[in-house]
Design a binder for this molecule. Structure first.
Ligand code: ZN
Length: 461
């Protein structure tokens, strides 16, 4: 009987990792690192998977909370093949190399003795088992392409998930059963990433993310409207002689936002002499958006982001002498303003000056420095972004613009209903978000078995 074990340590947005036993094959879906925890606590609980040989691992996309522990899992399962989309194949390597550097730094700064959890050499070795699989066609679990008419016992297909470059959903099929794992999924068009391409149901098991389950979608609020609000806010900042800091993730949001801002400059909605800055890792990922444009599912393929937009690369070595310049936009990591990241280190130059602005364009965890800043700004209080630098008064403008790359809950619910799954595993959401889907789905699919898989517990279906 097929079964699923949730290998995350809690039901939340954490270190995504799910173990699936299906048709005598052991399959692991994603191997993420928890964005808020450190050391062994940030890893999935891999011990339930260690009892048995893993045949295949699927990596849905190259965000740290899905990919950050892939080498660790592979070191315990050296024979497992790892399947991913062609763009993810290119993105995952620099992501993991950067993660090694961050872990080495944290070993010194935070005294985490188990860091780094793996080395650059481990990444290079384990990469030999990676395979890039083009989308929308069938593959065997041995990594061979299959024609639709080929015989199979268990086959898989990857579908465009619309979240970031290379993000996919994983469909697994035997003669009489179908399973779909969504990974992170977006059901509206972004600037570069087009909406997910949903495979039609029915499915026997749907493993679905629930990130936005606690956020009702406000009527009439479209992405186009949010874009207009952001551009208008930037114009106002420029008119009062200020600069804008956007704390941002290096992969995904950086490329979406520089494209959106470039288009606004071309239309004349922003001054043509606006200067965009991105971080060094942002540059690495932006190049990969360019290099994979011909074989990825993105809009504006003719736009070469590095060549046509020409963002300046922020020089971390000059940070001691940094001063925000007017009409400059600084799109710098990290989106959560984690301590010792560029956005955290330079925010102190923006906050005391009322002509400047800090604009958030994605999710901020309430416990992160970004979450603290948003709360303090709303409450008119001072904020501590890094205990070593003391607290700051907030005189600059602080705002949030909701450029989410996750499906809103109403769209996701409609998809779930149309896919008519017999079993639905709700994952990748905080308690309120999971609860909303658990309450809403049975109203429209009363016969479906809807469950939130408890960490470490085997669920047969
Ligand atoms: Zn993601």
């Amino acid at each position: 009987m097929p079964s699923l074990i949730n290998l995350t340590r809690d039901n939340e947005i954490g270190a995504n990792c799910y173990c699936l036993d299906f048709h005598r094959q052991r399959i692991v879906l994603d191997a993420g690192m928890h964005p808020k925890r450190a050391g062994n606590d940030a890893t999935p609980n891999l011990s339930p998977a260690a009892s048995h040989r893993t045949d295949a691992i699927f990596l849905t996309h190259a965000h740290l909370d899905h990919a950050g522990c892939l080498p660790l899992l592979q070191l315990t399962q050296p024979d497992a093949r790892v399947f991913m989309s062609p763009p993810t194949f290119h993105l995952a390597e620099p992501l993991l190399f950067n993660s090694v550097n961050v872990m080495k730094r944290q070993r010194e700064e935070l005294n985490i003795s188990e860091y780094p959890l793996f080395t650059r050499r481990d990444v290079q070795e384990t990469m030999k088992k990676w395979q890039a699989c083009p989308l929308n066609r069938w593959w065997s679990l041995n990594g061979e392409p299959l024609a639709d008419s080929d015989k199979y016992t268990l086959r898989f297909r990857l579908h465009h998930a619309g979240h970031i470059l290379g993000s996919v959903m994983v469909e697994l099929q035997t003669a009489d059963r179908r399973i779909l794992y969504t990974g992170d999924i977006c059901l509206h068009n972004q600037t570069l990433m087009m909406s997910a391409a949903l495979p039609p149901g029915p499915f026997d098991l749907l493993i679905v993310e629930t990130t936005r389950g606690a956020q009702p979608t406000e009527r009439g609020i479209t992405r186009g409207l949010i874009e207009q609000e952001l551009i208008a806010a930037i114009r106002t900042t420029f008119q009062r002689g200020g600069a804008v800091l956007m704390p941002i993730f290096a992969l995904g949001k950086t490329q979406e936002l520089i494209t959106l801002l470039h288009q606004a400059m071309r239309r004349g909605d922003l001054p043509a002499d606006t200067v965009l800055h991105i971080g060094g890792l942002g540059k690495v990922f932006t190049r990969i958006y360019d290099e994979t444009a011909d074989f990825s599912e993105r809009a504006h393929r003719d736009l070469e982001l590095m060549r046509d937009i020409r963002p300046q690369i922020f020089d971390l070595r000059k940070i001691a002498k940094f001063k925000p310049k007017k009409k400059h936009l600084y799109l710098l990591p990290s989106g959560m303003m984690a301590e010792n990241t560029t956005s955290n280190l330079i925010a102190g130059h923006f906050l005391p000056h009322e002509e400047n602005s800090i604009y958030f364009v994605g999710y901020s965890d309430p416990d992160s420095p970004a979450g603290r800043l948003r709360r303090a700004a709303a409450d008119g209080e001072r904020v501590t972004l890094n205990p070593r630098h003391g607290d700051h008064p907030i005189r600059s403008e602080v705002r949030h613009f909701d450029f989410t790359s996750h499906a809103n809950r109403e769209n996701l619910l409609n998809f779930i209903i149309s896919a008519a799954p017999k079993n639905i595993a709700l994952v990748h959401g905080d308690t309120d978000a999971l609860a909303w889907f658990q309450q809403e789905i049975p109203r429209q699919l009363p016969a479906a078995n809807v469950f939130i898989p408890a960490p470490g517990q085997r669920i047969e279906f």
